[in-house]
Ligand binder design. Sequence first.
Ligand SMILES: [Fe+2]
Ligand SMILES: [Fe+2]
Length: 339
Amino acid sequence: MAKVLVIDDTPEYITMLTSLLCEYEVFAAKEGKKGLQLAEMVLPDLILLDINMPSMTGYEVCRRLKLVKKVRDIPVIFLTANEGSDFEEIGFKMGAVDYISKPFNATVLKARVKTHVDLYRLQSSLQEQVEEATQEILKLNHEITFISASIAEMKSKETGAHLRRVSEFCYLLAKFLGHDEAECEKIKMAAVLHDIGKVGIPDEILNKPEKLSLQEWEIMQTHSQLGYNMLFDSEFELMRLAAKMALEHHERWDGTGYPLEKKADDISMVGRICAIADVFDSLLDKRVYKEAWDEERVRDYFVAMSGVQFDPDITAVLLENFDMFIYTWKSLQRLRKSV
Ligand SMILES: [Fe+2]
Ligand SMILES: [Fe+2]
Protein backbone atom coordinates (compact mmCIF):
# COMPACT_ATOMS: atom_id res chain seq x y z
CA MET A 1 0.00 0.00 0.00
CA ALA A 2 1.40 3.40 -0.95
CA LYS A 3 2.06 5.85 1.88
CA VAL A 4 1.02 9.49 2.03
CA LEU A 5 2.20 11.92 4.67
CA VAL A 6 -0.03 14.91 5.50
CA ILE A 7 1.57 17.84 7.32
CA ASP A 8 -1.12 20.35 8.28
CA ASP A 9 -1.81 22.30 11.47
CA THR A 10 -5.61 22.09 11.01
CA PRO A 11 -6.93 18.82 12.50
CA GLU A 12 -10.11 19.01 10.37
CA TYR A 13 -8.04 18.91 7.18
CA ILE A 14 -6.07 15.95 8.48
CA THR A 15 -9.31 14.08 9.21
CA MET A 16 -10.78 14.99 5.85
CA LEU A 17 -7.67 13.97 3.89
CA THR A 18 -7.33 10.72 5.82
CA SER A 19 -10.86 9.67 4.90
CA LEU A 20 -10.55 10.89 1.30
CA LEU A 21 -7.30 9.00 0.75
CA CYS A 22 -8.57 5.71 2.19
CA GLU A 23 -6.75 3.62 -0.41
CA TYR A 24 -3.42 4.83 0.98
CA GLU A 25 -1.73 4.40 4.31
CA VAL A 26 -1.96 7.97 5.61
CA PHE A 27 0.42 9.40 8.20
CA ALA A 28 -0.12 12.85 9.65
CA ALA A 29 1.74 15.54 11.58
CA LYS A 30 0.36 18.82 12.90
CA GLU A 31 3.60 20.75 12.66
CA GLY A 32 6.70 20.91 10.49
CA LYS A 33 9.31 19.47 12.84
CA LYS A 34 7.23 16.36 13.53
CA GLY A 35 6.46 16.10 9.84
CA LEU A 36 10.17 16.06 8.96
CA GLN A 37 10.85 13.32 11.51
CA LEU A 38 7.93 11.28 10.25
CA ALA A 39 9.03 11.69 6.63
CA GLU A 40 12.43 10.19 7.43
CA MET A 41 10.86 7.39 9.45
CA VAL A 42 8.12 6.19 7.11
CA LEU A 43 9.58 7.31 3.76
CA PRO A 44 6.20 8.12 2.21
CA ASP A 45 5.48 8.06 -1.52
CA LEU A 46 4.00 11.55 -1.37
CA ILE A 47 3.85 14.49 1.07
CA LEU A 48 0.86 16.84 1.24
CA LEU A 49 2.23 19.93 2.89
CA ASP A 50 0.30 22.91 4.24
CA ILE A 51 2.05 26.23 3.65
CA ASN A 52 0.62 28.29 6.51
CA MET A 53 1.66 26.69 9.76
CA PRO A 54 2.63 28.62 12.90
CA SER A 55 6.01 27.27 14.04
CA MET A 56 7.54 26.31 10.70
CA THR A 57 6.06 27.22 7.33
CA GLY A 58 5.50 24.62 4.64
CA TYR A 59 8.17 26.32 2.53
CA GLU A 60 10.73 25.80 5.29
CA VAL A 61 9.68 22.17 5.76
CA CYS A 62 10.09 21.65 2.02
CA ARG A 63 13.51 23.32 2.03
CA ARG A 64 14.68 21.05 4.83
CA LEU A 65 13.28 17.94 3.14
CA LYS A 66 15.37 18.72 0.08
CA LEU A 67 18.53 18.71 2.20
CA VAL A 68 18.08 15.12 3.36
CA LYS A 69 19.24 12.52 0.83
CA LYS A 70 16.78 9.78 1.69
CA VAL A 71 13.69 12.00 1.48
CA ARG A 72 14.64 14.68 -0.99
CA ASP A 73 13.13 12.94 -4.01
CA ILE A 74 9.74 12.30 -2.38
CA PRO A 75 7.20 14.44 -4.25
CA VAL A 76 5.68 17.31 -2.28
CA ILE A 77 2.28 18.85 -3.05
CA PHE A 78 1.59 22.17 -1.33
CA LEU A 79 -1.84 22.77 0.18
CA THR A 80 -2.99 26.29 0.90
CA ALA A 81 -5.89 28.65 1.21
CA ASN A 82 -3.68 31.43 -0.20
CA GLU A 83 -4.72 32.67 -3.59
CA GLY A 84 -2.36 33.92 -6.26
CA SER A 85 0.37 32.80 -8.57
CA ASP A 86 3.17 34.15 -6.34
CA PHE A 87 2.51 31.45 -3.77
CA GLU A 88 2.48 28.82 -6.48
CA GLU A 89 5.70 30.11 -7.96
CA ILE A 90 7.51 30.02 -4.61
CA GLY A 91 6.16 26.50 -4.05
CA PHE A 92 7.53 25.22 -7.36
CA LYS A 93 10.85 26.97 -6.76
CA MET A 94 11.09 25.14 -3.44
CA GLY A 95 10.83 21.85 -5.32
CA ALA A 96 7.11 21.05 -5.04
CA VAL A 97 5.62 18.96 -7.84
CA ASP A 98 2.11 20.37 -7.55
CA TYR A 99 -0.11 22.83 -5.77
CA ILE A 100 -3.67 22.31 -4.50
CA SER A 101 -5.87 25.12 -3.17
CA LYS A 102 -8.10 24.76 -0.13
CA PRO A 103 -10.96 23.98 -0.01
CA PHE A 104 -10.27 20.91 -2.13
CA ASN A 105 -12.25 19.38 -4.88
CA ALA A 106 -12.15 15.76 -3.72
CA THR A 107 -12.00 14.26 -7.23
CA VAL A 108 -9.22 16.58 -8.38
CA LEU A 109 -7.23 16.02 -5.20
CA LYS A 110 -7.51 12.22 -5.46
CA ALA A 111 -6.53 12.29 -9.14
CA ARG A 112 -3.45 14.43 -8.49
CA VAL A 113 -2.36 12.35 -5.51
CA LYS A 114 -2.71 9.18 -7.60
CA THR A 115 -0.69 10.63 -10.50
CA HIS A 116 2.22 11.67 -8.31
CA VAL A 117 2.25 8.52 -6.16
CA ASP A 118 2.22 6.30 -9.27
CA LEU A 119 4.96 8.34 -10.92
CA TYR A 120 7.16 8.28 -7.84
CA ARG A 121 6.73 4.53 -7.35
CA LEU A 122 7.57 3.89 -10.97
CA GLN A 123 10.67 6.07 -10.75
CA SER A 124 11.77 4.36 -7.52
CA SER A 125 11.37 0.89 -8.93
CA LEU A 126 13.25 1.82 -12.11
CA GLN A 127 16.02 3.29 -9.99
CA GLU A 128 16.20 0.10 -7.93
CA GLN A 129 16.43 -2.00 -11.08
CA VAL A 130 19.23 0.20 -12.43
CA GLU A 131 21.11 -0.04 -9.12
CA GLU A 132 20.73 -3.83 -9.03
CA ALA A 133 21.94 -4.14 -12.60
CA THR A 134 24.89 -1.84 -11.87
CA GLN A 135 25.87 -3.93 -8.84
CA GLU A 136 25.62 -7.06 -10.95
CA ILE A 137 27.92 -5.58 -13.61
CA LEU A 138 30.42 -4.48 -10.96
CA LYS A 139 30.48 -7.98 -9.48
CA LEU A 140 30.96 -9.49 -12.91
CA ASN A 141 33.73 -7.01 -13.62
CA HIS A 142 35.46 -7.94 -10.38
CA GLU A 143 35.10 -11.63 -11.10
CA ILE A 144 36.45 -11.43 -14.65
CA THR A 145 39.40 -9.29 -13.60
CA PHE A 146 40.40 -11.80 -10.93
CA ILE A 147 39.95 -14.76 -13.26
CA SER A 148 42.19 -13.11 -15.87
CA ALA A 149 44.79 -12.26 -13.26
CA SER A 150 44.79 -15.78 -11.87
CA ILE A 151 45.71 -17.14 -15.32
CA ALA A 152 49.00 -15.25 -15.02
CA GLU A 153 49.31 -16.36 -11.38
CA MET A 154 48.93 -20.02 -12.27
CA LYS A 155 51.66 -19.80 -14.86
CA SER A 156 54.17 -18.10 -12.65
CA LYS A 157 55.01 -19.84 -9.38
CA GLU A 158 56.61 -16.72 -7.99
CA THR A 159 53.58 -14.48 -8.51
CA GLY A 160 51.36 -16.34 -6.02
CA ALA A 161 49.28 -13.88 -4.06
CA HIS A 162 51.56 -11.07 -5.28
CA LEU A 163 48.89 -9.60 -7.57
CA ARG A 164 46.34 -9.27 -4.81
CA ARG A 165 48.84 -7.74 -2.42
CA VAL A 166 50.11 -5.27 -5.02
CA SER A 167 46.54 -4.23 -5.74
CA GLU A 168 45.94 -3.66 -2.02
CA PHE A 169 49.11 -1.54 -1.70
CA CYS A 170 48.11 0.47 -4.77
CA TYR A 171 44.75 1.13 -3.12
CA LEU A 172 46.43 2.32 0.09
CA LEU A 173 48.95 4.54 -1.70
CA ALA A 174 46.19 6.11 -3.81
CA LYS A 175 44.14 6.66 -0.67
CA PHE A 176 47.02 8.39 1.13
CA LEU A 177 47.61 10.51 -1.95
CA GLY A 178 44.07 11.84 -1.62
CA HIS A 179 42.22 10.03 -4.42
CA ASP A 180 38.54 9.50 -3.73
CA GLU A 181 37.17 6.07 -2.84
CA ALA A 182 35.81 5.30 -6.32
CA GLU A 183 39.17 6.15 -7.91
CA CYS A 184 41.08 4.08 -5.34
CA GLU A 185 38.81 1.09 -5.98
CA LYS A 186 39.44 1.41 -9.72
CA ILE A 187 43.20 1.55 -9.18
CA LYS A 188 42.97 -1.46 -6.88
CA MET A 189 41.09 -3.51 -9.48
CA ALA A 190 43.30 -2.44 -12.36
CA ALA A 191 46.49 -3.27 -10.43
CA VAL A 192 45.47 -6.94 -10.24
CA LEU A 193 46.26 -7.11 -13.96
CA HIS A 194 49.69 -5.44 -13.88
CA ASP A 195 51.59 -8.69 -14.67
CA ILE A 196 48.97 -10.17 -17.01
CA GLY A 197 51.55 -10.03 -19.82
CA LYS A 198 53.44 -12.88 -18.10
CA VAL A 199 51.04 -15.29 -19.79
CA GLY A 200 53.12 -14.65 -22.92
CA ILE A 201 56.48 -15.48 -21.29
CA PRO A 202 57.78 -19.07 -21.57
CA ASP A 203 57.59 -21.02 -18.30
CA GLU A 204 61.31 -21.86 -18.30
CA ILE A 205 62.13 -18.15 -18.20
CA LEU A 206 59.34 -17.20 -15.81
CA ASN A 207 60.30 -19.81 -13.23
CA LYS A 208 64.06 -20.04 -13.75
CA PRO A 209 65.83 -20.03 -10.37
CA GLU A 210 69.20 -18.96 -11.80
CA LYS A 211 70.05 -15.54 -13.14
CA LEU A 212 68.49 -14.95 -16.53
CA SER A 213 70.74 -14.64 -19.55
CA LEU A 214 70.67 -11.32 -21.35
CA GLN A 215 68.43 -12.74 -24.04
CA GLU A 216 66.08 -14.31 -21.48
CA TRP A 217 65.96 -11.03 -19.55
CA GLU A 218 64.97 -9.20 -22.71
CA ILE A 219 62.13 -11.69 -23.25
CA MET A 220 61.07 -11.34 -19.62
CA GLN A 221 60.88 -7.56 -19.99
CA THR A 222 58.37 -7.88 -22.82
CA HIS A 223 55.66 -8.79 -20.28
CA SER A 224 54.99 -5.06 -19.74
CA GLN A 225 54.30 -4.40 -23.41
CA LEU A 226 52.43 -7.70 -23.81
CA GLY A 227 50.12 -6.80 -20.92
CA TYR A 228 49.51 -3.38 -22.43
CA ASN A 229 48.73 -4.87 -25.84
CA MET A 230 46.15 -7.15 -24.25
CA LEU A 231 44.32 -4.34 -22.51
CA PHE A 232 44.82 -0.93 -24.09
CA ASP A 233 42.04 -0.95 -26.69
CA SER A 234 39.35 -2.11 -24.28
CA GLU A 235 36.21 -0.01 -24.27
CA PHE A 236 36.25 -0.18 -20.47
CA GLU A 237 38.07 2.55 -18.57
CA LEU A 238 39.17 0.06 -15.91
CA MET A 239 40.97 -2.05 -18.51
CA ARG A 240 42.65 0.98 -20.07
CA LEU A 241 43.86 1.95 -16.59
CA ALA A 242 45.16 -1.60 -16.14
CA ALA A 243 46.93 -1.29 -19.52
CA LYS A 244 48.80 1.79 -18.26
CA MET A 245 49.86 -0.02 -15.11
CA ALA A 246 50.95 -3.09 -17.06
CA LEU A 247 53.04 -0.94 -19.40
CA GLU A 248 54.63 1.35 -16.83
CA HIS A 249 55.14 -0.62 -13.63
CA HIS A 250 58.81 -1.25 -14.48
CA GLU A 251 59.56 2.29 -15.58
CA ARG A 252 61.86 4.24 -13.26
CA TRP A 253 61.73 7.85 -12.10
CA ASP A 254 65.24 8.48 -13.50
CA GLY A 255 64.29 7.18 -16.95
CA THR A 256 66.34 3.96 -16.88
CA GLY A 257 63.39 1.56 -16.57
CA TYR A 258 61.61 -0.43 -19.26
CA PRO A 259 60.01 -0.78 -21.78
CA LEU A 260 59.92 2.88 -22.89
CA GLU A 261 62.47 4.48 -20.53
CA LYS A 262 59.87 7.02 -19.50
CA LYS A 263 60.99 9.55 -16.94
CA ALA A 264 59.42 11.23 -13.86
CA ASP A 265 56.01 12.74 -14.61
CA ASP A 266 55.97 11.18 -18.08
CA ILE A 267 55.11 7.99 -16.23
CA SER A 268 51.43 8.10 -15.29
CA MET A 269 50.47 8.44 -11.65
CA VAL A 270 49.06 4.90 -11.60
CA GLY A 271 52.25 3.58 -13.19
CA ARG A 272 54.35 5.26 -10.48
CA ILE A 273 52.05 3.95 -7.74
CA CYS A 274 52.17 0.43 -9.13
CA ALA A 275 55.97 0.51 -9.47
CA ILE A 276 56.31 1.14 -5.73
CA ALA A 277 53.64 -1.37 -4.69
CA ASP A 278 55.18 -4.02 -6.97
CA VAL A 279 58.75 -3.64 -5.69
CA PHE A 280 57.64 -3.32 -2.06
CA ASP A 281 55.90 -6.68 -2.29
CA SER A 282 58.60 -8.38 -4.38
CA LEU A 283 61.34 -7.46 -1.92
CA LEU A 284 59.45 -8.73 1.12
CA ASP A 285 58.50 -11.92 -0.67
CA LYS A 286 60.64 -15.00 -1.28
CA ARG A 287 61.16 -15.55 -4.99
CA VAL A 288 62.64 -18.38 -7.02
CA TYR A 289 65.70 -16.20 -7.59
CA LYS A 290 65.99 -14.49 -4.17
CA GLU A 291 65.34 -14.77 -0.46
CA ALA A 292 62.82 -12.52 1.31
CA TRP A 293 64.29 -9.23 2.53
CA ASP A 294 63.70 -8.07 6.09
CA GLU A 295 61.70 -4.93 6.79
CA GLU A 296 64.69 -2.69 7.56
CA ARG A 297 66.45 -3.63 4.36
CA VAL A 298 63.28 -2.85 2.39
CA ARG A 299 62.91 0.52 4.11
CA ASP A 300 66.55 1.40 3.40
CA TYR A 301 66.06 0.45 -0.23
CA PHE A 302 63.12 2.83 -0.65
CA VAL A 303 65.01 5.62 1.14
CA ALA A 304 67.92 5.14 -1.26
CA MET A 305 65.75 4.81 -4.36
CA SER A 306 63.45 7.77 -3.72
CA GLY A 307 63.85 10.10 -6.70
CA VAL A 308 66.03 7.51 -8.45
CA GLN A 309 63.82 4.49 -9.13
CA PHE A 310 60.64 5.82 -7.56
CA ASP A 311 58.53 8.98 -7.45
CA PRO A 312 59.82 10.78 -4.31
CA ASP A 313 56.34 11.99 -3.24
CA ILE A 314 54.77 8.56 -3.40
CA THR A 315 57.83 7.02 -1.75
CA ALA A 316 57.43 9.54 1.07
CA VAL A 317 53.86 8.32 1.56
CA LEU A 318 55.10 4.74 1.78
CA LEU A 319 57.88 5.63 4.22
CA GLU A 320 55.64 7.77 6.44
CA ASN A 321 53.23 4.87 6.76
CA PHE A 322 55.78 2.09 6.52
CA ASP A 323 54.68 0.15 9.62
CA MET A 324 51.10 0.13 8.39
CA PHE A 325 52.16 -1.21 4.99
CA ILE A 326 54.25 -3.92 6.67
CA TYR A 327 51.34 -4.83 8.90
CA THR A 328 49.06 -5.08 5.86
CA TRP A 329 51.63 -7.23 4.08
CA LYS A 330 51.79 -9.59 7.05
CA SER A 331 48.04 -9.85 7.40
CA LEU A 332 47.69 -10.62 3.67
CA GLN A 333 50.39 -13.27 4.05
CA ARG A 334 48.46 -14.85 6.92
CA LEU A 335 45.38 -14.83 4.76
CA ARG A 336 47.22 -16.75 2.06
CA LYS A 337 48.51 -19.34 4.51
CA SER A 338 45.06 -19.92 5.96
CA VAL A 339 43.43 -20.45 2.54
FE1 LIG B 1 56.02 -7.03 -13.75
FE1 LIG C 1 54.53 -7.63 -10.30
